[in-house]
Design a protein around this ligand. Structure first.
Ligand SMILES: *Cc1c(COP(=O)(O)O)cnc(C)c1O
Length: 368
């Protein structure tokens, strides 16, 4: 249904709050006794921090993770009582900002740990410690643990965490077992501190590395945490745009910048008012002789992208669809077209698609 707001913004991006909450509950059920937190970094995986946090808060979610302290400060407004961890750790000189807003830094190095301790000067604001079990991005190394144990002696360490290298797929299982063993060895100095290792995919690992708290992000938003198997999650994010123009072209004519696609036979085309500036990946464009490419759904029919994705326009081949007219809706993401599907067709990952979606589109929450 066209809405005025959608017409002004070109696209509409929908967050299904009911599906988000259902996914959170499913993940919690899969995690057994462990608490199910929610990772809402990157503005809630691109869907709006508060839009995502509010239904989860109402459903009973109590612990959240974001990347940056400004995101934490924003979440604190929406969730005065929630536990909020800052994954990217302690920004130099900002310890008081964290403590005053009751934001918990995930301390990722001895230097962060020392600064936190010094800034608190005996105060007891809670924090997390992250150990590096194999990712080698952030976290305490094995050689740091002795000193970390000493530095943390008078601190309120509320969580001991690490992060998986692999986010699903066939290679998940062996790498996971190794990281679980390393994590267990590394957290041994803090036997009584609650532990957390699993992201979305980790929750589904055959090794059940759930510990005390699980940290899903992607699967909350409908991304498939088990890429080799059917997606157990409900789709959460939808995207629609509308048809600007319909026309026919003859065989041999090309479409779009650089003439990357040429019609092999007479085609009927529809141009929609949506492009890479709305988050549809440039890589999803349709080139002659190259598969796959992105597609949109019109009345249940798959209409492939033809030619390059432009900043504000995409051309669809609607030859096989029922007649379409200017102003008609097309679905770019929904039940049939998932973020994983679009990402695979564009040579990227669904995480990137989600976080770049609808920068200027009209947003709405349904089933709230
Ligand atoms: C992003 C992130 C998560 C969530 O990962 P998903 O794969 O989106 O579930 C969990 N933990 C850490 C440390 C992260 O950076």
């Amino acid at each position: 249904m066209p809405s005025v707001a959608r017409e002004h913004a070109g696209t509409a991006v929908t967050l299904d709050a009911g599906a988000l909450v259902a996914n959170w509950r499913l993940l919690g059920a899969r995690a057994g006794q462990a608490e199910c937190a929610a990772v809402l970094k990157a503005d809630g995986y691109g869907q709006g921090l508060e839009r995502a946090a509010n239904p989860l808060l109402r459903a009973g979610c109590r612990t959240f993770f974001v990347a940056h302290v400004f995101e934490g400060a924003r979440l604190r407004q929406a969730a005065p009582d929630a536990t909020v961890y800052i994954l990217n750790g302690l920004v130099p000189g900002l310890a008081r900002t964290y403590a005053d807003a009751h934001l918990r830094p995930v301390l990722n190095s001895l230097s962060e740990l020392a600064e936190w301790r010094e800034a608190l000067a005996g105060g007891r604001a809670p924090c997390a410690l992250q150990v590096d079990s194999g990712m080698h991005r952030v976290g305490l190394a094995t050689d740091d643990l002795r000193e970390a144990k000493i530095l943390s002696a008078d601190l309120d360490v509320a969580l001991l965490m690490s992060h998986f290298v692999r986010s699903g797929g066939a290679s998940l299982s062996s790498g996971t077992a190794r990281q679980v063993a390393i994590f267990d060895a590394m957290r041994a100095p803090w036997p009584n501190v609650p532990a957390s290792l699993a992201n979305s995919s980790g929750i589904f690992s055959e090794h059940h590395p759930h510990y005390d708290l699980v940290r899903p992000g992607y699967a909350l938003f409908g991304g498939n945490p088990t890429p080799d198997q059917p997606n157990p999650m409900r789709p959460v994010v939808g995207m629609e745009a509308s048809v600007l123009q319909v026309h026919a072209i003859a065989a041999g004519e090309s479409v779009g910048y650089e003439a990357c696609w040429t019609a092999a036979s007479p085609r009927r085309l529809a141009t929609i008012g949506c492009g890479y500036a709305d988050g549809i990946p440039f890589g999803a464009g349709g080139r002659s002789g190259a598969e796959p490419c992105g597609w949109a759904e019109i009345a249940g029919v798959r209409c492939p992208f033809v030619g390059r994705v432009s900043m504000d326009l995409i051309v669809l081949d609607v030859t096989d669809a029922p007649p379409v007219a200017r102003g008609d809706n097309v679905t770019l993401l929904g039940e049939a077209i998932t973020v994983d599907d679009l990402a695979a067709r564009a040579g990227t990952i669904g995480y990137e698609v989600l976080t770049k979606l609808g920068l200027r589109g009209h947003r709405r929450v349904v089933n709230g």
